[in-house]
Ligand binder design. Structure first.
Ligand SMILES: [Zn+2]
Length: 263
């Protein structure tokens, strides 16, 4: 049987039989892979205590052509991220990133970008000076960009023209997740006429998303804290956009209030 070695992050784990584990992992070079780790719960197994969430592992597995599931032969720890399991806010934040990574990872579709985004997110959420809530939001937006479906938040998503606010106060712009983002008045009317769902979003929320998407990892650390209500609006918008495009309900979201307030 061909042997494969790759770096992995554990996405999901299920007990199998008395002592074994089924693993869904995101690999650096082979996309999502499903594996069985026989005897992983035996105290004498070299895999015992190794196959944890959030850590970077290097696994060696045998992949039979007849089965979609590989069999783990050996593994070693590359990076332990213990801090993520020692603080409830950082733990929940990491689980939310993991759930999204799992929803986006496909079998048979190598996606090194997704692997590195998730690994970077775990690293940053573990840095005490970083705001975990802001790091998760940045991960979400970056993941959407990696999938080629980043929300269009400045110009009109349909005609690439200026998308002015649509209310008298100038505070809200037309927005449609299905159309890819912000819409000008004319395209909003057109989208509605074709049966599309078009709502409105605060211009402030769209501007905050734009700022965040243009900041590098380093620049993000220097951003002034966002007012809580604005952050909630942005968080809610990104969650709904993700759920629309990934066609799944993300169970770990919204995070408990304490997680969003962490600074
Ligand atoms: Zn337009």
């Amino acid at each position: 049987m061909p042997r494969i070695t790759d770096k992995v992050l554990v996405l999901r784990r299920f007990p199998f039989g008395e002592t074994s584990l089924i693993l869904h992992v995101l690999t650096e070079k082979h996309g999502r892979v499903h594996l069985v780790a026989r005897g992983a719960f035996r105290a004498k197994s070299p895999l015992c205590g190794l196959l944890d969430f959030f850590d970077t592992l290097e696994l060696d597995w045998a992949q039979s052509k007849r089965s979609t599931m590989g069999e783990v032969r050996s593994g070693r720890l590359v990076t332990r991220r213990r801090r993520l399991t020692q603080d409830l806010t950082r733990y929940r934040t990491s689980l939310a990133a993991l759930e999204l990574g799992s929803a986006a990872a496909r079998e048979g579709l190598p996606d090194p970008g997704l692997y590195h985004r998730l690994e970077t997110c775990f690293d940053l959420v573990g840095v005490p000076e970083r705001d975990p809530a802001l790091e998760l939001l940045s991960f979400d937006l970056d993941l959407l960009r990696g999938l080629g479906i980043a929300p269009v938040v400045e110009l009109c998503a349909a005609c690439a023209g200026t998308a002015a606010p649509v209310d008298a106060g100038g505070a809200r712009a037309a927005f449609s997740a299905g159309a890819g983002g912000r819409l000008c008045r004319k395209c909003a009317i057109g989208a509605r006429a074709q049966g599309g769902r078009v709502g409105t979003l605060g211009v402030e929320v769209l501007s905050a998303a734009s700022v965040l998407m243009r900041r590098s990892v380093q620049e993000r650390a220097d951003l002034p804290p966002m007012p809580e209500e604005l952050f909630r609006g942005l968080r809610d918008f990104v969650d709904r956009f993700l759920e629309y495009h990934l066609e799944t309900k993300l169970r770990s979201r919204p995070l408990p209030v304490a997680a969003s307030q962490a600074t």
